[in-house]
Design a protein around this ligand. Structure first.
Ligand code: F6R
Length: 619
C-alpha cells in the first residue's frame, strides 16, 4: 500500500525513480510524485493519476543526483496533485515520501499552525515534512529526522532529502517496510525489493525503529536513538524476471498460469514418503509441542482469510483438532481469550497487512503461540511470528491474489498432514494425501488448458450480469467466497458468496434469469445436497454454472461442458479429481479464470482494480 523509492549516486536519479515507481505501482496508484535535488535546488513533480500521467507531464530539465519518489493509495486526503507525495516543508528545502499513518497528525497540525506554519495539503505526511524542516536548518538531516520522529505516533516507512545536503538520503522504518539496495557508486531505497532487483541483488532490510543514512558510496544504519546497528547486505533471492509479464497481458493472468510451478515450489522438499508426513523446516514446534495443541485458530484478511477457512477444514479434518478461521481485524478488537494450548496461525501473502500484524502482536502480548503462513520472506509478519511455513509462491504483483491463495491452501494441507500424522492420521491416509499433493501441479495444468471454455462462459454468462451468487457447502463454501471476491475485485460485478443451504433463508429473493449463480460442487457426500440447491435456483429461472470434480454426468448435466447445454446448467466447469480434502485447490482455479475473463470482456484494468492496492499496511 503506497510505494517509496529513493536513489543517491553519480547518475541522474529521475529515470531510476520513475522505473522504480512503475515497479511499485501495484502498491497504490491514485497519485505519484518525485523530488530530486541537484545543483539548481529541489525540484518536485507530482500528479493525481498513474505514473504514466506523471511521466507525460515531467519537465525536461528535471535532474538530480539524489531523489525520492512515491506512488500513493490515499488514506488522509483525496488523491489530488497537492496531496500527492513527496511533501515539502515550509522552507521548500526538505522533501518527504511516507508510507503509513501518523495517528497524532491532527494534534501536530494544530501545534504547527500555532507556530505560524500553514499546511498546504490534507495529508498526515506533510506534518513530518514540516517537523523535519523546522529542525533541518540547524542540524544534520538524520538528527532532524530523528527528532521529528520522536514526536510521531504511528507507522512509517520514510524517505527524506534536503537540497542543502544533496550528499545524503535519510530513511526510517516503523511498521512499514524499507529496504536498502547496495549498488556500485549508488545506493537505492524502496518499500519493496521489486523496485531494487534491476539494480542490485545486495539488500538490507531495515527493522522497526531503525534509520539509515545513505551516501553515493556508503551507508550507515542506526537505531532511532542513534546507536549504530551495523547492518550488512544480504543477497536477495528475488530476481528481476519475477516482475516481467513473460508474454502475458497482465500479471493476474501470468500468476494464474504460474500455479503449476508455484504449487510445486510450495511442496518442494516437504513431502516425506518414508513417514507418510510433511516435513516443515520452518516450524519451530516439536512433535511433543504439537501433541499439546488443543485448538487451531487461523487469522488473516480478505483472500488470506478465505484460504484460512479452507485451511481450518484441512486441519480439523486431518488432525481432528478443532480449527477455525476468523478475520484478523475482528479478532484483535474483540478482546479475544488467548489459550496457552491453542496454536494461532497468521496468514498473509505480503506479510505486511496491518490488521494481521496487529492480531499477531495482540496474541503475543497475551502470551499465546503464533506461527505464520506467509509468502514474503523476511516480511514483518514472518519476523514477528518467528516460525511458520513459507508458501514460496514468489512475488505476487497482481492486486488480486491468485497463486498465493492456492499455495496457501496447499501449505495448510502440508501443515494439516504434519499435525494429523503426529496424531491419529494413519500412514495409509498420509501416503494417499502425499500422492494427491504430488499430482496437484499436473492437475492445475489440466484446468488451465480448459481456459478457452471458461473464458466463453465468463464472456457470455458472467460479464453481462450486474450481480452473481457463489454458493458451496463446507469445502465448497471457502472456494465460493474466494470466487466471489475475485469477481468483484477485478470485474466490479457485484458478487456474494453464501453457504448453499443459506440461499433459501433470504438471498433466493434476488435469484432470477438475470442473476447467475456459480455452484461449487466437490465430488463428496454433499453432492446431492448441492444439486438440491441447484434445483431451487432453477425453479426461479436462475442460470447455474457448476464447478465440480465429479465425473461427467454426475450432476445430471448430460455431458454439458459449455454454454447452451442441456438447460439444467448454463455451464459445467470440470476439474480433475483429486483427494477429497484437496479439492478446494483445484476448484478455485476456474473461478480465477472466470473473474479474469469477465473483467477482460468488460475492459477493466485488471492489475489495478479501482480503490484497491496490494499490501494493506494501514488499518
Ligand atoms: C484479494 C486480496 C486481498 C488480500 C488481503 C490480505 O485478492 O488480495 O483480499 O488477500 O488484503 O493480504 P495479505 O495476504 O498480503 O495479508
Amino acid at each position: 500500500m503506497c510505494g517509496i523509492v529513493g536513489y543517491i549516486g553519480s547518475g541522474d536519479a529521475v529515470p531510476v525513480l520513475i522505473e522504480g515507481l512503475q515497479r511499485l505501482e501495484y502498491r497504490g496508484y491514485d497519485s505519484a510524485g518525485i523530488a530530486v535535488a541537484g545543483r539548481s535546488g529541489l525540484k518536485v513533480h507530482k500528479r493525481a493519476g498513474r505514473v504514466d500521467d506523471l511521466v507525460a507531464t515531467l519537465p525536461k530539465r528535471h535532474r538530480g543526483g539524489v531523489g525520492i519518489g512515491h506512488t500513493r493509495w490515499a488514506t488522509h486526503g483525496e488523491p489530488t496533485d497537492v496531496n500527492a507525495h513527496p511533501h515539502l516543508d515550509a522552507s521548500g528545502h526538505v522533501a518527504v515520501a511516507h508510507n503509513g499513518i501518523v495517528e497524532n497528525a491532527a494534534e501536530l497540525r494544530a501545534k504547527l499552525a500555532a507556530e505560524g506554519i500553514d499546511l498546504v495539503s490534507d495529508t498526515d505526511t506533510e506534518v513530518i515534512a514540516q517537523l523535519v524542516g523546522i529542525r533541518a536548518a540547524d542540524m544534520a538531516l538524520e538528527d532532524a529526522v530523528r527528532e521529528a520522529l520522536s514526536m510521531i505516533v504511528g507507522t512509517y516507512g520514510l524517505a527524506v532529502i534536503d537540497d542543502r545536503r544533496p550528499d545524503r538520503l535519510v530513511v526510517a522504518r516503523n511498521g512499514s517496510p524499507v529496504v536498502l539496495g547496495v549498488g556500485r557508486g549508488a545506493h537505492h531505497v524502496a518499500s519493496d525489493v521489486a523496485a531494487l532487483v534491476r539494480h542490485t541483488d545486495q539488500v538490507v532490510h531495515l527493522d522497526d525503529h531503525e534509520l539509515a543514512v545513505l551516501h553515493a558510496d556508503s551507508y550507515r544504519t542506526f537505531t532511532l536513538d542513534a546507536r549504530p546497528t551495523d547492518k550488512q547486505p544480504a543477497t536477495t533471492e528475488v530476481t528481476a524476471t519475477a516482475f516481467d509479464l513473460a508474454g502475458h497481458d497482465d500479471y493476474m493472468h501470468k500468476e494464474i498460469h504460474e500455479q503449476p510451478t508455484t504449487v510445486a515450489r510450495t511442496l518442494s522438499g516437504r513431502l516425506d514418503r518414508r513417514f507418510a508426513t510433511a516435513h516443515l523446516g520452518g516450524l519451530d514446534l516439536s512433535a511433543r509441542d504439537l501433541l499439546g495443541v488443543r485448538r487451531v485458530k487461523i487469522l488473516g484478511c480478505g483472500s488470506a482469510y478465505y484460504a484460512g477457512l479452507a485451511g481450518a477444514l484441512l486441519v480439523e479434518g486431518l488432525s481432528r483438532i478443532p480449527a477455525d478461521a476468523e478475520t484478523a481485524s475482528e479478532f484483535r478488537y474483540r478482546n479475544p481469550v488467548i489459550d496457552a494450548d491453542t496454536l494461532y496461525v497468521a496468514v498473509s501473502q505480503s506479510g505486511e497487512t496491518f490488521d494481521t500484524l496487529a492480531a499477531v502482536q495482540e496474541i503475543k502480548r497475551k502470551g499465546g503461540d503464533v506461527i505464520g503462513v506467509v509468502n514474503a520472506p523476511g516480511s514483518t509478519i514472518a519476523g514477528e511470528c518467528g516460525s511458520g511455513v513459507y508458501i514460496h509462491a514468489g512475488p505476487e504483483v497482481s492486486v488480486a491474489s491468485t497463486k498465493s491463495f492456492t499455495s496457501t491452501v496447499v501449505a495448510f494441507a502440508l501443515l494439516a498432514l504434519h499435525l494429523g500424522r503426529v496424531r491419529d492420521l494413519g500412514p495409509g491416509d498420509g501416503t494417499r494425501l502425499i500422492d494427491g499433493l504430488d499430482a496437484l501441479p499436473g492437475a492445475i495444468d489440466e484446468v488451465l488448458r480448459a481456459e478457452d471454455a471458461i473464458a466463453t462462459v465468463a464472456r457470455e454468462v458472467i460479464a453481462p450480469a450486474a450481480s452473481a451468487f457463489f454458493i458451496g457447502r463446507v469445502r465448497g463454501y471457502a472456494v465460493a467466497l474466494e470466487g466471489a471476491q475475485k469477481l468483484k475485485e477485478v470485474s466490479y460485478i457485484h458478487a456474494e458468496a453464501y453457504p448453499a443451504a443459506e440461499l433459501k433463508h433470504g438471498p433466493l429473493a434476488l435469484v432470477g434469469p438475470e442473476v447467475p449463480t456459480v455452484v461449487v460442487v466437490p465430488d463428496d457426500h454433499l453432492l446431492d445436497k448441492n444439486l438440491a440447491s441447484v434445483e431451487e435456483i432453477r425453479a426461479r429461472r436462475g442460470l447455474v454454472i457448476a464447478v465440480t470434480d465429479a465425473p461427467a454426468g454426475a450432476l445430471g448435466e448430460g455431458g454439458t461442458t459449455g454454454p447452451g447445454g442441456d438447460g439444467r446448467f448454463a455451464a459445467v466447469l470440470r476439474v480433475p479429481r483429486t483427494e477429497p480434502e484437496l479439492a478446494p485447490v483445484l476448484l478455485g482455479v476456474p473461478l480465477q479464470l472466470l473473474a479474469h475473463h469477465a473483467a477482460l470482456a468488460l475492459g477493466r484494468d485488471i492489475d489495478r482494480p479501482r480503490n484497491l492496492a496490494k499490501s494493506v499496511t494501514v488499518e
